[in-house]
Design a protein around this ligand. Structure first.
Ligand SMILES: C[S@@+](CC[C@H](N)C(=O)[O-])C[C@H]1O[C@@H](n2cnc3c(N)ncnc32)[C@H](O)[C@@H]1O
Length: 253
């Protein structure tokens, strides 16, 4: 498939180009998320530490990140676990950066969800923060991930409803929950909607603090994007919760 025709492909190329160069964005990430993982999603270090707490500690562990961007979150997981890290993303720019930043015990691929393939029983943990939405057939994709997992492997997903995909009733009614059930995968969830609302406020404040830096770098359009992304911070939590929800799914093969 031609990548340029996929949703947001050109936007993500531009985003990862900016993320590599922009000190304003790197400072913004530290201030809002506690770590610079070049987040375009909503994962702060607290959420990644929740993910980390489910990753088994053992020798020769293999972790795959779906939608790994420039690999910085995987780099953090590698530092904490000593794992061999695997990641794929459709962004050529992001994968080039990931390869240059994390050359040891790593395997980064330019790949498209639904097209890329890995051998069965490859990974102890598969992580995907804010990326499952881009699969055209989530049930088929979850089936593929299940095959990639080792028998005792674990799937960890950061999943948000209300923007790219509509809000459903609760964590058992989401498209991801249905896809997990269709594939016979048991799961538990952490509802982090309230923390996400607080994080939006922190993100908005951090963006405003770094506005002049974005402007001086010629990156003011990315400041504007951050203001758009965080507009819910201007509403009450009650309003936010009606429209949005965020969960971490922990699913077992
Ligand atoms: C919302 S961002 C999340 C990035 C990162 N995981 C995070 O939490 O900040 C979605 C990521 O998925 C990638 N992506 C989007 N559509 C894709 C597709 N069809 N195939 C592979 N990667 C895709 C983007 O390049 C981007 O890195």
């Amino acid at each position: 498939m031609e990548k340029e025709k996929l949703l947001f492909y050109n936007e993500y190329e531009a985003f990862y180009e900016m993320a590599e160069k922009s000190i304003a964005f790197q400072n913004f990430c530290y201030d809002s998320f506690g770590q610079d993982f070049s987040q375009d999603g909503f994962s702060d270090v607290e959420q990644i530490d929740i993910v980390l707490s489910y990753i088994p500690i053992k020798e020769d562990i293999h972790i795959l990140d779906i939608g790994c961007g420039n690999g910085k979150m995987l780099g953090y997981l590698q530092k904490k676990t000593g794992a061999f890290i695997h990641g794929f993303d459709y962004s050529q720019k992001a994968i080039a950066t990931a390869r240059s930043l994390f050359a040891q015990k790593s395997d980064f691929s330019e790949g498209i969800i639904g097209e890329i393939e890995y051998p069965s029983n490859s990974f102890d943990a598969v992580v995907s923060m804010d990326t499952m939405y881009f699969s055209k057939d989530m049930s088929a994709f979850v089936g593929q991930i299940k095959r990639w997992l080792k028998p005792d492997g674990i799937l960890l997903v950061g999943y948000q409803e209300g923007e790219l995909i509509p809000r459903t009733f609760d964590e058992y009614t989401t498209e991801l929950a249905k896809a997990l059930k269709n594939n016979g995968m048991n799961f538990e969830t952490r509802n982090i909607t309230k923390q996400t609302y607080e994080l939006l406020k922190t993100k908005r404040e951090a963006a405003i603090i770094h506005r002049a830096e974005f402007e001086n770098e010629g990156h003011i359009q990315w400041f504007d994007m951050l203001m758009m992304q965080t507009k819910w911070a201007e509403e009450s939590y009650q309003q936010f919760e009606k429209a949005m929800a965020r969960y971490i799914y922990i699913a077992r093969k």
